[in-house]
Structure formats: structure tokens, C-alpha cells
Design a protein around this ligand. Structure first.
Ligand SMILES: CSC[C@@H](O)[C@@H](O)C(=O)COP(=O)(O)O
Ligand SMILES: [Zn+2]
Length: 257
């Protein structure tokens, strides 16, 4: 169990706009304008070394203040109890809320991938891609993975956990899809299974729900989430035009004189 902090509010008080307690509200306000966290859905969590900063549950994510933020110690969590968030201990809790239902999913990204930030969106494009995959499955294709290649924005993704560099233009980006569950925290075991099966993925789609995207730090989580949303929108529009997501186009050798 983490030692109690003398003044818990110190953990969320800073004039630095990059402090997680300031950054979570400002990022969520930006994400709201993109339709990623409207109607209280979606959210974002940041890890700074051992400290994890989390939003409350069921609040308008774009109107949050630093004083609404929860803080917990990662190493103080009981791994056998990580899905039962009512028994989780927090270093700092706001007086009137419950912590986000997404907490165990964010913690999975922090503990299993050493992520520094995890974003959950309810983006229409993410949901539509999972619906298209579901519809395609009726035509005998695999509905549990989204695949796309030969699109420039794929270069916005890291190669994978503990690997250096980014994917290349001709690489295939693969994002696993898990089925939705009535309660958000029950997604955790399926998200963890998808992480095991796709060790290099930085995202997991949730059917008819949205997507979880993480990165080594806030910058990487945000830019990967933006790249992914761009690709999901493109994929939906490609489908409407009858264009395939996977194409076998020839690699052009660079002409250097
Ligand atoms: C519109 S309710 C959405 C929630 O059930 C959940 O999916 C979600 O993304 C946000 O959960 P929250 O507990 O408010 O952080
Ligand atoms: Zn959600």
C-alpha cells in the first residue's frame, strides 16, 4: 500500500501546463472538439514515472479541472486486484466523484507496455471501422483485425514495443478488435489478450464502442491517436468508394544520382 501523502492536493497543483493534472483537462477539451470524448464517453490518462493521473467517471471530459483529477501509485496496486477499482487505493481523490471506468484499461497500457499516456476515444470513425469489419465477416473475412497498407500516415506509428523507429509506407498497420462488454472494466482481460497476441500494437479497437491508443509519452499517444483516426476515416471513405484497404503496389526504388 502507498504511504499516504501529507498534502494530496500538491500532486495536482502546478503552474506548468505540461503537468499531467493540467494536461488531461486541456487535452480532453481538444479531443471533445474532434468528437472523441463527447457525452462523457472516452478519456485520457497520463503516467509520470510511478504516478498515474486519471479523470473521474461520468463527467463532461472537456470541462474537467485539475482539482477533479485522481492520482495513484502504480507500484502500490495489488496486481491480483487490478480490475476491482472500488478497492483501489488513490494517493489523491476528488471529493465528489468515482474514478473513470477505463482505469484498469489505462493501467494495462502502463504496466504491460510501459506507456506514458493512454487515450480512449468514442470516435465515429473507429466505431464505423469495427462495424464495417463486422459486416465484412459475414463474407468470410476476419473481423477481429483492421489492416491497412500503402498510406503515408502509417509512418505516424512506432514499429512496436521496445523497437526503434516507425513503420514504413509499405508496411501493414494491424489493429486488433475486441468485442464490447456491458461494463467498461470487463474489457480489460480482452484488451490484455489482444496485447499478448499483437505485441507490437499501440491500439486496440472495441467493437461498436471506440478505441484505446497509447504511446511512450503524451506526444506519441496523441499523434498515434490522430494518425489512427485519420486512417479510420480514410478507410471508411475508401470502403464507400469500393477501394480496398490492402493493396499490392510495387515499391519504387529511390533514384539517386
Ligand atoms: C457515454 S458513457 C461511456 C462509458 O461507459 C465509457 O465507455 C467511457 O468511455 C467513459 O467512462 P468514464 O467512467 O466516464 O471515464
Ligand atoms: Zn468508452
Amino acid at each position: 500500500m502507498a504511504a499516504p501523502v501529507d498534502n494530496p492536493d500538491q500532486l495536482i497543483t502546478s503552474s506548468d501546463p505540461e503537468h499531467p493534472a493540467n494536461l488531461i483537462p486541456s487535452l480532453c477539451a481538444k479531443f471533445w472538439t474532434l468528437g472523441w470524448v463527447t457525452g462523457t464517453g472516452g478519456g485520457c490518462s497520463i503516467r509520470d514515472d510511478d504516478l498515474v493521473y486519471l479523470a473521474p467517471s461520468g463527467v463532461q471530459k472537456e470541462l474537467m479541472k485539475p482539482t477533479d483529477i485522481y492520482v495513484l501509485s502504480l507500484k502500490a496496486q495489488d496486481p491480483s486486484n487490478r480490475h476491482q477499482q472500488l478497492q483501489r487505493t488513490y494517493l489523491r481523490s476528488p471529493p465528489v466523484y468515482k474514478p473513470s471506468q477505463c482505469t484498469p484499461l489505462f493501467l494495462a497500457a502502463f504496466t504491460r507496455r510501459n506507456a506514458g499516456c493512454c487515450i480512449h476515444t468514442h470516435s465515429h470513425w473507429a466505431v464505423l471501422v469495427t462495424l464495417l469489419l463486422e459486416a465484412k465477416a459475414n463474407n468470410n473475412s476476419n473481423s477481429s483485425v483492421f489492416e491497412i497498407n500503402n498510406i503515408e500516415q502509417i509512418k505516424g506509428f512506432g514499429r512496436g514495443f521496445q523497437k526503434t523507429g516507425n513503420l514504413g509506407y509499405h508496411d501493414t498497420l494491424r489493429i486488433p478488435v475486441i468485442e464490447n462488454t456491458p461494463h467498461e472494466e470487463d474489457l480489460t482481460e480482452y484488451l490484455e489478450k489482444a496485447m499478448d497476441e499483437f505485441p507490437d500494437t499501440y491500439a486496440v479497437l472495441v467493437r461498436r464502442h471506440g478505441v484505446y491508443v497509447w504511446g511512450d509519452n503524451v506526444h506519441k499517444a496523441k499523434t498515434q491517436c490522430e494518425s489512427l483516426d485519420y486512417l479510420f476515416q480514410l478507410a471508411v471513405e475508401m470502403h464507400q468508394l469500393g477501394l480496398p484497404w490492402i493493396s499490392n503496389i510495387p515499391q519504387i526504388a529511390p533514384q539517386r544520382t
